[in-house]
Design a protein around this ligand. Structure first.
Ligand code: HEM
Length: 400
């Protein structure tokens, strides 16, 4: 390991542009034992992929960090389970996110996107995050789940509260007091979903909530706690990720005006373009696992129970896999990025996220002749290190 290599994922400048650090890491220090945190970072594509596809060696179940009262750490959701428990839980929600089901949502997502954008264009100058990139995914996931429209604001507030600190606890384990302070949030969400589930039991509908209630009702398939944790996971996973993707896509087009022109000329490149945003920007930057046994990787010893963090953003720029990885190439072929993860936990919402990203950009390009930043101020970073994104994007929208 090169002693000069340093990586602090909380450093503001590094978060804005982590790519030079990643490049050095892949070359000199592909397995990095952080001196300041109880974490090992993994940077190369092949290593990240191998870890994510091997749940026997690299578990998703973390358990309470050392020194933390286990009673304060709740049971994990689907995301924090391993096969066979993971396989059983996933099979219960898989159906709702299949490509054929998601494709049927396209007209509704389009209608929502154009409505939101028409209002924004009429205003002329807007914060695109507030007016477009945030509400679109919230409404879509709320409708899929079957959450009443009037509760969406509450829905978004919970989601924000859950993701604000996401990932930080891996590096600096939370104190008992911090865990205690988070309890009311999860209790409140649990009570809300329990009540909604009860309503669906009495009055079934065509939504995901009803599907899960029926799985619970049929007996051993799903416990009440598992159902509530799945609902909370879907609420959170479906929101911030997609908002960050939409913001990233707009920012990439602002950064690469020649590619924006190409996309306006050849709109059929849209699916490729969204995947290139997913690779080049990597709205989700990291994916953690726990070693289940001692492992040696590139000469470094990783002990059983050690937490490793796979840097998806680094894997996505690995020159061993991608030609000229630093370039944003609208029609990049064979784009095997890892932004949705890999292996058994591969993102359940990837089809939905891609569709929302494509529809959002289509609406923006369709309703505007041009768009530009209203100032040159540095944009505020997302509070969580999991996301590479901004919480504000002030734009002037020129109507088509
Ligand atoms: C750009 C948008 C998105 C990105 C970048 C993203 C990224 C990811 C990643 C990296 C994982 C794997 C986690 C792991 O390996 O432990 C994951 C899992 C998951 N995602 Fe997404 N996601 C996005 C959108 C969505 C949406 C819209 C939903 C909708 C509900 C969703 C639901 C889920 C769920 C439920 C899991 C857990 C799957 C499992 O553990 O088997 N995601 N996502």
């Amino acid at each position: 390991m090169d002693a000069s290599f340093r990586f602090n994922p909380f450093d503001d400048a590094t978060r804005r542009d982590p790519y030079p650090t990643y490049t050095q890491a892949r070359r000199e220090c592909p397995v990095y034992l952080h001196p300041d945190f109880p974490i090992v970072s993994i940077f190369r594509y092949a290593d990240v992929q191998a870890i994510l596809k091997d749940p026997g060696t690299w578990s998703s179940r973390f358990g309470p960090p050392p020194g933390v009262n286990p009673e304060l750490v709740g049971e994990p959701s689907l995301l924090g389970t391993d096969p066979p428990e993971h396989t059983r839980l996933r099979s219960l929600v898989n159906q709702a996110f299949k490509p054929s089901i998601i494709r049927r949502l396209e007209p509704r997502i389009e209608q929502l996107a154009y409505e939101l954008l028409d209002e924004a264009v009429e205003e002329g100058q807007v914060d695109l995050v507030e007016k477009f990139a945030t509400p679109l995914p919230v409404i879509v996931i709320a409708e899929i789940m079957g959450v009443p429209p009037e509760d969406r604001e509450q829905f978004k507030q919970w989601s924000d509260a859950v993701v604000a600190n996401l990932g930080a606890g891996l590096f600096v384990p939370p104190t008992d007091d911090q865990l205690r302070a988070r309890r009311p949030l999860f209790d409140e969400m649990g009570a809300y979903f329990s009540e909604l589930a009860e309503a669906r039991r009495r009055d079934p509908r065509e939504d995901l909530l009803t599907g899960l209630v029926q799985a619970e009702y049929e007996g051993s398939k799903l416990t009440h706690g598992e159902m509530i944790r799945l609902l909370v996971l879907l609420l959170v996973a479906g929101n911030e990720t997609t908002t960050t993707l939409i913001v990233a896509a707009v920012q990439e087009l602002l950064d690469h005006p020649e590619e924006l022109t190409r996309l306006r000329t050849y709109p059929e490149l849209m699916p490729c373009a969204v995947d290139e945003v997913l690779r080049h920007w990597s709205p989700v930057q990291l994916d953690p696992r726990r070693a289940t046994r001692d492992v040696e990787l590139h000469g470094q010893k990783i002990r059983a129970d050690q937490i490793v963090v796979c840097w998806l953003g680094s894997a996505n720029r690995d020159e061993a896999l991608f030609e000229r990885p630093e370039r944003f190439v609208l029609d990049r072929q064979d784009n095997r990025h890892l932004t949705f993860g890999f292996g058994p936990h591969f993102c359940l919402g990837s089809n939905l996220a891609r569709l929302e990203g494509q529809v959002a950009l289509r609406a923006l390009l369709g309703r505007t002749r041009d768009f530009e930043r209203t100032d040159d101020d540095p944009l505020p970073l997302h509070p969580s290190i999991v996301f590479r994104g901004f919480t504000r994007l002030p734009l002037r929208l020129v109507p088509a």
